[in-house]
Design a protein around this ligand. Sequence first.
Ligand SMILES: NC(=O)c1ccc[n+]([C@@H]2O[C@H](COP(=O)([O-])OP(=O)(O)OC[C@H]3O[C@@H](n4cnc5c(N)ncnc54)[C@H](OP(=O)(O)O)[C@@H]3O)[C@@H](O)[C@H]2O)c1
Length: 299
Amino acid sequence: MSDATPILHMLSPQKHMSPFDVNMAADAGYKVIVPYINVTLEEVTALTQDAIFSRPPNFGVRTGLFIGGKDAILALDMMDAAQKALVPPFGLSTFADPAGSFTTAAAMVACVERVLRTKFNRGWKGLRVAVFGATGVVGFASSIIAALEGAQVTLVAHRGVDRVIRSAEVSKQRFGVDLIAKSGETEEAKQAIISDAEVIFAAAAAGVRVISAENKAKANNLLVVADVNAVPPPGVDGMELFMDGAPLPGCNALGVGPLAIGDIKYKTESGLFKRMIASDKPVHFDFRAAFELARTLTA
Ligand SMILES: NC(=O)c1ccc[n+]([C@@H]2O[C@H](COP(=O)([O-])OP(=O)(O)OC[C@H]3O[C@@H](n4cnc5c(N)ncnc54)[C@H](OP(=O)(O)O)[C@@H]3O)[C@@H](O)[C@H]2O)c1
């Protein structure tokens, strides 16, 4: 391993770089951390090349580029732009985790996978998964991870089915997955989706309840429900913060709560930063790499 100082350049298209991610990077071992804000996609090539040419290649592997923000597609585009800007043997490592969503989604899918395996002897192939908060960054990444594993994933719209249809189109184009887009805008439509689902990802905005006591009482096929929302009230009625495969009261399903997911999310983000620092060649991490690591943590 190179003994060059680990330097992390942290890019955000927003007004702030997330303090959460800065802390995570420092605690994982980065010694120099520089945030760049209001960064546009067009600026990524120049910033990347500015970072690589100042260090010999064996030092370059200790240079990292983190991409934050709040937009999953933009973060992936920025990561692509950074990789295309590399001029071997000059390189650096990249890691995209906008709003912590890639590592959170990876952790949620890995935690649910563990419950499916240990409590039901089931895997993702053909499993019916309904995603609430599907237009958000966590919902977007978790739906693709589950679909890549073979699940039959439905994106549920709470306003305007067009937005989830667009999201399904983007996912098909970029990742080759077939996601189903459905309206959950009326209570009747929403209940029909919940009653059919075997797994639910509740990834709506903080403090928004998406699954009520009445909803879950009629969820006759439901095996596992995961909730990433840690801000009261829970996204799923009766969900407890640290629930990790325990029975969810008022239905036959098992629950996975936000802090059980948060624990794996934290270890995944930290672990990816550590892998970047330790690698002897440039590495590039998005939600797929996050899931690969998260599932080893829940094995
Ligand atoms: N546990 C953890 O470790 C962890 C880590 C990070 C984030 N989180 C949590 O994960 C959740 C999602 O975060 P995010 O960054 O993906 O948020 P986001 O990008 O703001 O997305 C929020 C989603 O919730 C939907 N939504 C808003 N109001 C709703 C309502 N009344 N009913 C149904 N859906 C509604 C939004 O839909 P529209 O856009 O269509 O309105 C959007 O799809 C949040 O609760 C956040 O706190 C947890």
